[in-house]
Design a protein around this ligand. Structure first.
Ligand code: GAP
Length: 559
């Protein structure tokens, strides 16, 4: 992962935000190549899901076609939107603070493991001195410590913490006795917090009791605004689609089933942003709300899960590193009937662990009904009904507008069910970067093996589609190369022109940024009007007519 992060900075994919001022945790900037790559991710998603979508579902043997349309809604919405969606009351993480180190952690991100090291078992063999609280405290505390880690490689880090706590050198690691497997802080009883040594802390029991932290960023609208005028930056783009359901249905005359797609920025005040761009405070989502008849919703849910899972693979993500994981009932969001995550084995995770790229959720009719009737909650029978306060009034009032759908064929009126494939543009971009990274050794023009780093981006995603080189800076080669470069640009292809250095080095510069094709104008070009076309992955080099090169590249990009 360190190599990938270094390449991203060196070649201008991703920069730390506000770096000259020391950076801003949880915010990232895309450099020139990263901007092209992420734009391609968004464009390919929008093209495949909306513009060129022509898929259908076979239902009882009959094809069901559906329309997909786009939408672009604003980042700040009416505060009532977030009250009815549930974000105002429920969109929080549980966090703990360490009173000693002042560290702040998300409860479910602190890994803990019970450990003991009874002094009697290692008499006089401790190399260091255990912290006072542990050594001089009652023996029980010494025998019963819970070490904590927030590192991705937590197993190793927990061992290091245990050694630190017991004052042991690394070679005595076998003297600590583990009691059970590692778990997370949210899974142990609060009474046991007294035994937890927070990361880097010198004594046990420094964690505060867990408390809620709402993840929405607050702002104030208007020059004279007071806290009464508080508004929120959207934590998801989805709600912009729900509140426009009536507008879209009325203005486009789409018929159910249909989908509305939106790409846009979302904001979450994450307690512990980390893992490069994976968990950021400002990020971009690519969301679809797919509206359908309640009786067909399960079929559509399955269809979308598989359809989205295939999408990543078509763009080069290996099935060995991609899983489709169904949520357990306890993991489901308050509105969800079923959810599956598409997850990727990011290199910053431990072996066998995966990070979420996209969630595909069956949301039932929770959102449309909540915006219509007032915020819903499940009653004792598990049914959704308007949540009421002690006076029997809705906790949060809905819009009162009719967000149902009338099917003029079946003459039936109902509130549509929703399937939501919700992807992160930054996480997808990061997964494509990680997947593309390869190192190999290739012979140079003298047959000597040269190590190369090559980003094997899918051609549709590659930030630069082709690079044009004159072999030497004379004999009309630069002029011819510039002419080809101009033709490729005119065809809308992002290209590079490079005439500096040996040809092998120029190839390697392009390999490192994932350019799929390199075109070289050489000594033969003047006589037969052909150029060399080199393929980044197969390294195959063929001669192509200079007047056919734009077509050849365009065809090769259509994979
Ligand atoms: N509307 C549903 C929704 O927002 P989510 O699982 O909270 O669901 C959807 O978010 C996707 O947005 C995630 O799968 C992930 O790709 C992306 N995402 C969420 N939080 C993120 C963060 N802090 N940084 C980067 N991407 C994030």
């Amino acid at each position: 992962m360190e190599k990938i992060v270094a390449l991203c900075k060196r070649r201008g994919f991703v920069f730390q935000n506000s770096e000259i001022y020391g950076g801003q945790n949880g915010f990232w900037d895309y450099g020139p190549l990263g901007t092209e790559l992420k734009r391609n991710v968004r464009n390919v998603w929008y093209e495949d899901m909306v513009q060129s979508h022509n898929e259908l579902l076979l239902q009882d043997g009959a094809p069901v076609k559906f329309q997909m349309v786009g939408l672009e809604t604003s980042i700040i919405m009416h505060p009532q939107v977030w009250k009815c969606s549930g974000h105002y009351d429920l969109f929080h993480d549980m966090m703990v603070d360490c009173r000693e180190t002042r560290g702040r952690y998300r409860l479910d991100q602190v890994r803990v493991r019970r450990v003991s090291c009874n002094e009697k078992t290692v008499p006089g063999q401790l190399d260091g001195t255990p912290p006072d609280s542990i050594r001089d405290g009652d023996q029980k505390e010494f025998e019963h410590v819970i070490v904590a880690s927030t590192a991705e490689e937590f197993q190793e880090d927990l061992t290091a913490e245990a050694l630190r706590v017991f004052g042991l050198k690394k070679k005595y690691a076998d003297r600590v006795q583990w009691d059970g497997d590692a778990t997370t802080l949210d899974r142990i009883a609060e009474a046991d917090f007294a035994y937890v040594v927070a990361p880097g802390a010198s004594r046990a029991g420094s964690f505060t009791a867990p408390r809620e932290f709402n993840l929405m960023f607050k702002t104030i609208i208007g020059a004279l605004g007071s806290s009464e005028d508080a508004a929120f930056l959207r934590p998801e783009t989805a709600q912009g689609i729900f509140v426009n359901f009536r507008n879209v249905a009325d203005s486009t005359r789409v018929k159910l089933p249909f989908g509305v797609a939106q790409i846009g920025k979302s904001f979450r005040n994450e307690i512990t942003p980390r893992n490069f761009t994976f968990r950021s405070r400002e990020f971009e989502q690519m969301e679809i709300e797919f509206f359908c008849h309640p009786e067909q919703s399960r079929d559509w849910y399955t269809w979308w899960r598989d359809h989205r899972y295939q999408w990543y693979q078509r763009l080069g993500i290996s099935p060995d590193r991609l899983i489709l994981r169904d949520h357990e009932a306890s993991e489901l969001a308050h509105y969800s009937v079923g959810t599956a995550d598409i997850e990727y084995a990011f290199p910053f995770l431990e072996d066998g662990e995966y990070g979420e790229l996209e969630g595909v959720a069956h949301r039932g009719n929770f959102d449309l009904r909540s915006h219509m009737e007032g915020k819903l909650a499940k009653n004792d029978n598990g049914e959704l009904e308007v949540e009421q306060d002690e006076q029997g009034q809705p906790v949060h009032r809905g819009s009162g507008k009719d967000l149902s759908y009338f099917d003029d064929q079946s003459r039936e009126r109902f509130v549509p069910h929703v399937i939501e494939p919700s992807a992160g543009a930054d996480r997808a971009t990061l997964a494509f970067i990680c997947e593309a990274y390869h190192e190999d050794a290739q012979p140079d023009e003298h047959g000597k093996p040269q190590e190369r780093t090559v980003m094997k981006f899918h051609p549709r995603l590659a930030p630069v589609k082709a690079a044009v080189f004159p072999l030497i800076k004379k004999e009309g080669m630069p002029e011819k190369a510039a002419e080809i470069f101009g033709e490729l640009k005119a065809a809308g292809l992002n290209c590079h022109y490079d005439q500096q250095g040996a040809i092998g080095r120029r190839y390697r510069r392009q390999d490192e940024i994932g350019t799929p094709f390199c075109i070289t104008v050489d000594g033969d070009t003047a006589s037969d009007n052909t150029v060399t076309l080199r393929d980044r992955d197969s390294l195959e080099q063929i001669r192509v007519g200079a007047d056919r090169i734009v077509q050849e590249i365009s065809d090769r990009l259509k994979v």
